[in-house]
Design a protein around this ligand. Structure first.
Ligand SMILES: [Zn+2]
Length: 421
């Protein structure tokens, strides 16, 4: 019997991906079914259901579950099981109108024009998009990328159980680290891990992230560096480059038997605190007992307070999840402390000053901005080793050199330099 945390709301993982003859038959049948095009977010959610990362969901949500997850984090269809963000499928009226309950449809990814699965339609409904945005994103600002997607999605929602026939709509992104929950769990068990902390990552791993990983290893059996390999925002560093940078870091500065890398396909919603809860749900399905929640988890811009994603875990019922958050404060290098530190440990409030050449000029806390980091790298200047290990900087520099100079690369992290996790 596994000593890992159980999947969410279920004794076993419930992957909806078909294999072998069953899959072949479903693909053949799907050719004759009415097509429902999916946005990249919907496709990524379907794949999450396919691999069992959204256990125990059986398909796209109906109205009651949509409303329940928006308003009270609950799915009425599953005995009010905890679920923090609606997982829905939208359709244009000319797609939805001819359909009736009981009809089967083929689910196609719009961008790649690939068949991803099928669904038995059980319900058609219209949602209050503003309600969803207010509850999930805490804003109606059309500039918020998550709000924008919801407001732009087609007006009718279709619900029903799905069968998934593909998990590789962007195959090139999946190289190397893409894993299904069942694979991650098997590897954790092989390593003899019982407690596993997930480190959510969508940016290169600098020293602040490494520090979080070291702390997690001190309190858990191992750390699972879990990267987004789904669709990224323009200017994001590709997964392949991030993976190499992490490898370089892990090979030199970690006990390898305590670290595992994995990739998951879910598109970011940038819902900050609510998304942290969804990250918790699917990390539990991957077998993680803890989720590191640092500053600005899954946020974007200034829509959320830096630690909203930590406090939200106090607002949900204590038995909502088997996974527990590992809330960690804002971390940085402090020249006065002479080590990595956090707001919780370091008494020195002054900022360290780094000049245009990357040289330390005094002060305590190293708050290196993404813009300065990019400038230093593009001009071949030194990046302070206190911010990022030279092995990581070398790989990033190689990548930036390969990107056309004219393209403005927007490095993540605020002007404060604290990398978002
Ligand atoms: Zn200090």
């Amino acid at each position: 019997m596994s000593k890992l945390v159980p999947p969410h709301g279920s004794k076993v993982l419930l992957p909806l991906l078909l294999e072998g003859k069953e899959r072949d038959a479903e693909i053949a049948k799907a050719q004759k079914l009415p097509k429902v095009p999916m946005t990249s977010r919907e496709t990524s959610d379907l794949i999450m259901m396919g691999i069992g990362a959204f256990t125990p969901l059986r398909g796209f949500m109906g109205y009651e579950d949509w409303k329940g997850s928006c308003n009270s984090y609950q799915l009425p269809s599953q005995g009010n099981l905890f679920w923090p963000i609606p997982i829905t499928l939208s359709a244009e009226p000319w797609v939805a109108d001819p359909l009736k309950a009981g009809d089967e449809v083929a689910l196609w990814d719009t961008e790649t024009d690939a068949l991803m699965g099928t669904m038995k339609v059980t319900e058609k409904y219209v949602i209050d998009k503003e309600l969803e945005c207010k509850q999930v994103f805490r804003t109606l600002d059309a500039k918020h990328p998550g709000v924008q997607k919801v407001m732009e999605q087609a007006p009718v929602n279709l619900a029903g159980p799905v069968k998934v026939v593909s998990e590789s709509y962007y195959p090139e992104m999946f190289k190397g680290i893409y894993q299904r929950p069942v694979e991650a769990r098997a590897q954790f068990e092989e390593r003899g891990w019982t407690t596993v902390a997930a480190l959510q990552l969508r940016n290169p791993m600098h020293n602040s992230h490494a520090y979080l990983a070291w702390i997690a290893i001190e309190v858990c059996d191992g750390v699972y560096i879990h990267q987004l390999v789904g669709k990224l925002k323009e200017g994001d560093i590709p997964a392949e480059v991030r993976v190499r940078a992490i490898d370089a870091l892990v090979n030199k500065y970690f006990r390898k038997e305590r670290v595992m890398q994995g990739g998951y396909p879910m598109e970011m919603r940038y819902a900050g605190p609510r998304e942290a809860l969804l990250h918790a749900v699917f990390r539990q399905n991957f077998g993680c007992s803890h989720l590191i929640v640092g500053r600005d988890h899954a946020g974007v811009g200034d829509y959320y307070g830096p630690f909203d994603a930590q406090t939200i875990f106090h607002e949900i019922p204590s038995d909502a999840l088997a996974l527990k958050p590992l809330p960690l404060d804002w971390t940085f290098y402090c020249y006065e402390c002479g080590t990595m530190a956090s707001m919780k440990t370091c008494p020195h409030s002054s900022k360290a000053v780094i000049d245009d050449e990357g040289r330390y000029k005094g002060g305590a806390r190293l708050l290196l901005s993404g813009t300065l980091l990019r400038k230093l790298m593009s001009e071949g200047k030194m990046v302070p080793p206190e911010f990022s290990k030279p092995e990581v900087v070398a790989i990033l520099k190689e990548y930036y050199d390969s990107v056309e100079q004219k393209v403005e690369i927007k490095l993540h992290g605020h002007a404060t330099g604290a990398a978002k996790v």
